[in-house]
Design a protein around this ligand. Structure first.
Ligand SMILES: Cc1ncc(COP(=O)(O)O)c(C=O)c1O
Length: 401
């Protein structure tokens, strides 16, 4: 029954939704009718080259990954109907935890349903009001939420600013334990955290270091171990969180990896682990197969970096401005929000799937389309995409050349 109180509630929601639409902030869902991949089919049957997935190693739609998940389902069933500690841990979950630890160079790992949960459940069991969390201003929303759930004192340093990090470490001097927290790679700009400098500062001020490797695990560093390998600080990072939902297969699932005592405590006290269902065995089995493959060869990681270098060079040659760097996230700067929207729409017409980002997701005046390279992109596909960029850029008068 719709009472007046309920009707005010629902009409209030509708007004807020209408407002989001008027402000251009409403987020529609793009519906795909195919597997995820370098090329995808849209709902209306159009084939598009996909330049906006976190499918860095191109594994999401791969048949061998799907087959590994089917094999795990055949062996372990569809699901556990349980949290881990009651009757929801199978051998495949333990094997995956060991494989992640080995891959990252840590002692132990705990699985979650998502990296959002890993970040949400990592702080509160480990730190309290006697401690300090020192966090990069642009850290992912799940880190921010996780910190909110913890009683530790909060210090925020300006994004990627080592001088300010040192200022905040000094401000936190009286605290029992201090932990510096940063995304290994920041997904909006492809900025790689300066982990070498962060570890030096951590040593100087007696702090721990935690990194979120969602945009790094599987492809950053010489053998794809992550940002800690990239910066040659493996063994100096205390806590690593990451996702199975991007480069490492793309389904879902997250983890925290660290020393045994840390993981043991998370198994006792981390709420998203204690009060949420076990990761499906199909995902655990497929993730294991992925880690096995990545441990055998760097071929996919190498191809991704070749694609990235090629795209970064060519897009600048055409006359676009990008944020400099080496990461497969390539922000193509268009600065103006309506232009970014118009550009993404034109690229869609030209057969390229891209997403535009503008305020408040990125700072005012920094609107952009974010390109994400994948090992699955062929050179031919990238050349087609670059031609479309050139055409749309010329039509909209955006090229510097
Ligand atoms: C930096 C970062 N951390 C955490 C997450 C959450 O990952 P998941 O999708 O596994 O919850 C994401 C995903 O967007 C991310 O980009």
């Amino acid at each position: 029954m719709t009472t007046p109180a309920k009707s005010t509630f629902f009409s209030g929601l509708q007004q807020n939704l209408d407002q989001l639409r008027e402000q251009g902030l409403y987020k529609p869902e793009r519906v795909l009718a195919s597997r995820q991949g370098a090329e995808v089919m849209s709902e209306d049957g159009r084939m598009l080259i996909n330049m906006c997935a976190n499918n860095y190693l191109g594994l999401s739609g791969q048949e061998w990954v799907a087959q590994a998940s089917i094999a795990a389902t055949e062996k372990y069933g569809y699901g556990l109907s349980s949290v881990r500690f009651i009757c929801g841990t199978q051998t495949v979950h333990k094997q995956l935890e060991q494989a992640i630890s080995k891959f990252l160079g840590t002692e132990d790992t705990i699985l979650y349903a998502a990296a959002f949960d890993a970040n949400g459940g990592v702080f509160e069991p480990l730190f309290d009001e006697n401690d300090a969390i020192i966090s990069d201003a642009l850290n992912h929303a799940s880190i921010i939420d996780g910190i909110r759930l913890c009683k530790a004192a909060r210090f925020r340093y300006a994004h990627n600013d080592m001088a300010d990090l040192e200022t905040q470490l000094l401000a936190a001097a009286g605290k029992r334990h201090k932990v510096i927290v940063t995304d290994g790679v920041f997904s909006m700009d492809g900025t790689i955290a300066q982990l070498d400098k962060i570890c030096d500062l951590a040593d100087k001020y007696g702090a721990l270091v935690m990194i979120d490797e969602c945009h790094a695990s599987g492809f950053m560093g010489k053998t794809g171990r992550g940002t800690h390998e990239h910066h040659n600080v493996m063994g100096r990072i205390d806590i690593i969180t990451g996702t199975l939902g991007k480069a490492l297969g793309g389904a879902m699932g997250g983890f925290t990896s660290a020393r045994k005592e840390v993981i043991d405590m998370l198994r006792q006290k981390s709420r998203p682990y204690l009060f949420s269902n076990t990761l499906a065995p199909s995902i655990a089995g497929a993730s294991l197969a992925v880690l096995q493959k990545l441990s055998e060869s760097t071929e996919l990681r190498d191809r991704l970096h070749e694609n990235t270098a090629f795209f970064r060079k060519e897009i600048e040659r055409i006359g676009f401005t990008i944020k400099p760097g080496t990461h497969p996230v390539v922000p193509v700067m268009l600065f103006d929000a309506p232009v970014a929207q118009k550009f993404a729409a034109r690229m869609y017409e030209l057969g390229v799937l891209l997403s535009g980002f503008f305020y408040p997701v990125v700072p005012m005046g920094q609107a952009r389309v974010r390109v994400q390279l994948s090992a699955a992109h062929s050179r031919e596909q990238l050349e087609t995409v670059l031609k479309a960029f050139e055409q749309a850029g010329r039509e909209l008068g955006l090229l510097k050349n």
